[in-house]
Design a binder for this molecule. Sequence first.
Ligand code: ADP
Ligand code: MG
Length: 247
Amino acid sequence: MTDPVLVTHDICKSFGALQASRDISLDLRPGEIHALIGPNGAGKSTLIKQIAGGLRPDRGTVQFLGRDVTALDTAARARMGLARTFQISALAMEYTVLQNAVLGALGARGGVFRFFGNVLKDNDLRSAAEAALDRVGLSDQAGTVTGELSHGQRRLLEVAVALTLRPKAFLMDEPMAGLGADGSKRLTGFLDGLRDEAPILLVEHDMDAVFALADRISVLVYGQIIATGTAAEIRENPEVRKAYLGE
Ligand code: ADP
Ligand code: MG
């Protein structure tokens, strides 16, 4: 087996008396979608934040591309190719779709926001941005003000912005949230094709999407991974059925 792209080793995180992450060890392998599921408050977002670098674990390590990145901040991990889409939109609503994508491409190169005025004239950045928009099917909206996009289109734009990083791995926290059936289907189709380029650690409540996409599923309950396996293994796991599926 080839080496995993991303590994967490015994991650622990407490908020006061609450243990939000208890000895969490998981890995993300090349070409896979690894779904992380669990009830509300189980600690899914807390784990994603620690992997992305926004939150420091109390104990344990995060390795990315064979390197210990536990001490690196979000920006440094992003520059290494660890991409993240957010549960809450981080787009600049008053800018156009293309401007947001260019900003993403600029950020990926460690650029600075205030030079934005000149950035649209940078052909490299612009073509990286246009290519990303094309991939998610938003080329026709390049000139549209982002605030005027539908919810589903904004989600796709967030993915496009992340794509400008040329990511080596993706972290996604509930990308389907708030999408209608059409939007979910479109995003599911897109993620399906994305895994070969960059494996995805996917937190998602939409079980249809999870079972359709995931090569492996980990189940998190009260800050602990109680099972990891294929969709079939997870469906049949008695502990999972009891703790999570409510049986
Ligand atoms: P999930 O994403 O699985 O719904 P979270 O990771 O958001 O769960 O939260 C896990 C637990 O940690 C919850 O009980 C939540 O209230 C708590 N929590 C999350 N972030 C903080 C924080 N910054 N301070 C205190 N408690 C937090
Ligand atoms: Mg969450």
